[in-house]
Design a protein. Structure first.
Ligand code: SAM
Length: 326
């Protein structure tokens, strides 16, 4: 097991498979985005080596993200090899779902167990406006394919004031009445060049619960308020699914954080909202042994920051979300 200096057991790695994406969500990155050249990104064998090393350090849960993880070349083989690495207990992915219609079945067969699919509205016009390029029908086909492939499905909704904070949120919450999904409402977080827009658009968990409750009836707390990962769970009366609220800004969950992140360019990032990173790609490419890498990672995790500094106006400016892997 690997602990940080606050006694937190860090055992969950989120791996960004690419910084590139086939959408340009307004809260995530600018439309004209410059991506890293391929040779600066981790290659498959480097990712697999790191997964094996992190497993030796007691990491059990791995999530593939990006950018958009499904656009990475050779994805199915990579997933199969990660799933087969000794010590990997849970393998999940966060995706926009656009390519899942064809990829869900082979991904599930390769060992992917869970998928979080981002869908911020059911309205095609608004979806296009929020994602700049996307068609909501493609996401729906992806959600169906993932469900049919037997994967556990959660839906991620980033809420943006004046875009999707009212009827869209209610419609998305309503999906849990008939489907066994967790629909998770995520407070928008400020990053890099899009920070001003993000800060102006934050909608708090409390406001959202009030909006949903007014239309769909009182929400009951699930699990006595205990967090499910980073989400606080609620339920509409008699619903098959649950509502999750991820309130990183107004009600952070840093005390229970068990995560580290691996960026597509091979840095271990210790908190999504802090700029502190540990360079792993450089020692790997300079021939470091597994023992040396284990020491570098252990030392980095020990110094993991307690939490974000948003209340002190400390906003990470070095990268946007797609580069870190949300
Ligand atoms: N492309 C994939 C997707 O759309 O799910 C994976 C990467 S994306 C960066 C991961 C998650 O981060 C998505 O649910 C996305 O909506 C969310 N996200 C992006 N920018 C965000 C921000 N500024 N604040 C909160 N969540 C954000």
């Amino acid at each position: 097991m690997t602990f940080d200096r606050f006694g937190r057991n860090i055992n969950y790695l989120r791996i960004s498979l690419t910084d590139k994406c086939n959408l340009r969500c307004v809260y995530c990155m600018p439309e004209e985005m410059t991506f890293k050249p391929r040779e600066e990104l981790l290659q498959d064998h480097e990712i697999l080596r790191l997964v094996s090393i992190f497993s030796q350090l007691g990491f059990e849960k791995f999530r593939l993200t990006g950018g958009e993880p499904t656009i990475r070349a050779n994805l199915i083989d990579l997933v199969a090899n990660i799933a087969a690495t000794p010590g990997v207990k849970t393998l999940a992915m966060t995706t926009n779902g656009l390519l899942l219609e064809t990829l869900a079945k082979p991904l599930a067969e390769a060992g992917l167990q869970r998928v979080n699919i981002s869908i911020d509205t059911l309205d095609p016009t608004k979806f296009k406006k929020l994602t700049r390029w996307g068609k909501v029908d493609d996401v729906w086909m992806g959600i169906r394919a993932a469900t049919e492939a037997g994967m556990q499905v959660k839906l991620n909704v980033v809420v943006v004031r004046n875009y999707n904070d009212r009827e869209d949120v209610v419609q998305l919450a309503k999906l849990t009445v008939d489907n066994p999904w967790q629909v998770r409402f995520i407070e928008m977080m400020p990053f890099g060049t899009v920070a001003d827009f993000q800060q102006a658009g934050i909608v708090s968990e409390l406001e959202l619960r009030t909006t949903i409750g007014e239309s769909l009836g009182p929400l009951t707390m699930v699990n006595g308020g205990q967090l499910d990962g980073e989400a606080r769970l609620f339920q509409i009366a008699d619903a098959k699914g649950t509502l999750g609220f991820i309130s990183s800004v107004t009600n952070p969950f840093c005390a229970g954080c068990s995560r580290a992140r691996l960026t597509a360019d091979g840095r271990m990032r210790l908190c999504l909202l802090r700029e502190k990173e540990v360079n792993l790609i450089e020692p790997i490419r300079n021939g470091a042994s597994d023992e040396t890498l284990i020491e570098i990672i252990r030392e980095g995790i020990w110094w993991k920051p307690w939490g974000h500094g948003l209340s002190e106006d400390i906003i990470p400016l070095d990268r946007v979300m797609s580069e870190i892997g949300g």
